[in-house]
Write a protein that binds this ligand. Structure first.
Ligand SMILES: [Zn+2]
Length: 274
């Protein structure tokens, strides 16, 4: 099984907003997404990163237009899913599944690109999303126009999958491919139903913890940012317990990777070629 991560876009934020007692200096942050090439499940994406759909798509509602102009993500042409897949001799039609870790725009923006993909997501969170008003979803950074119309019929919910129990400080969760190679670990706090992916069978186990924190530093130094980050979190009180799960996993030798941390990792593709 091969795992790589690409950077779809740069966003920037004052460090203080994402690191308690950080500086006011702006830092540039990547928006990662992953590509797993699984021997049986085939090419599977982990989220889609930011694509033009969230930033310039014609069908965007007013709120998404505002969001795009306020955040001003700078898309990286060579880091877009179509280009990254091409580096592996693949097209969007070849993608068999997209794992949707949570429903924020920078994770689901490109779902419409993959006509043959199943969507592996937290079905309980999807059911809750459907009962919310447009305004409630908006407040939590969820833009319904980014979901393909047939999202639900292509949904493979975590609740229908075999659950692997946690062992010691190694967390458990839904076994995505039925072979223990990729386990969906619940990581509440940042967004409703957010889960990370544990690659438990690697020499050094890897847990892709998505948006539990923005910075690894905030995680290892226990510097969860307070206000105003607390306003944006789905469940602010759950961020610290989720962070503690990650710290325990790291203490046993596991590696934790985040979507937006600017530090390079061994799984990151180089911007071009390579
Ligand atoms: Zn998010």
């Amino acid at each position: 099984m091969k795992i790589v991560f690409a950077n779809s876009a740069w966003v920037s934020a004052a460090e203080r907003l994402i690191l308690r007692d950080g500086s006011w200096q702006k830092i540039r942050l990547p928006v990662r997404y992953g590509l797993i090439i699984h021997p049986r499940a085939g090419p599977v994406l982990v989220d889609t990163g930011y694509t033009p759909h969230a930033i310039s798509g014609a069908q965007r509602g007013a709120a998404l237009r505002f969001y795009g102009s306020a955040l001003k993500p700078e898309l990286i042409e060579t880091g877009q899913p179509v280009q990254v897949l091409a580096r592996f001799g693949l097209t969007p039609q070849d993608v068999r599944a997209v794992v949707v870790t949570h429903f924020h725009a920078d994770h689901i923006s490109g779902l419409a690109l993959f006509p043959n993909a199943r969507f592996i997501a937290n079905d309980a969170a999807w059911a809750r999303l459907k009962t919310k008003t447009a305004w409630q979803n908006l407040r939590h950074g969820v833009f319904p126009e980014l979901f393909p119309n047939d999202f639900e019929s292509r949904l493979d919910g975590l609740s229908s999958m075999e659950q692997i129990v946690s062992r010691g400080d190694t967390p458990g969760g839904a076994d995505l491919f039925g072979d223990g190679s990729v386990i969906a670990v619940d990581l509440p706090g940042h967004a409703d139903g957010q889960f990370g992916l544990l690659f438990a069978q690697m020499k050094r186990p890897l847990l892709y913890a998505v948006d539990v924190q923005w910075l690894v530093k905030a995680l290892v130094e226990t510097r969860t940012p307070g206000f105003p980050a607390s306003l944006l979190a789905e469940d602010f009180a759950a961020i610290e317990p989720s962070s503690a799960v990650l710290r325990r996993f790291m203490a046993t030798g596991g590696e934790v990777m985040l979507c937006h941390d600017p530090g390079p990792t061994e799984y990151d593709l180089t911007p071009e070629g390579g």
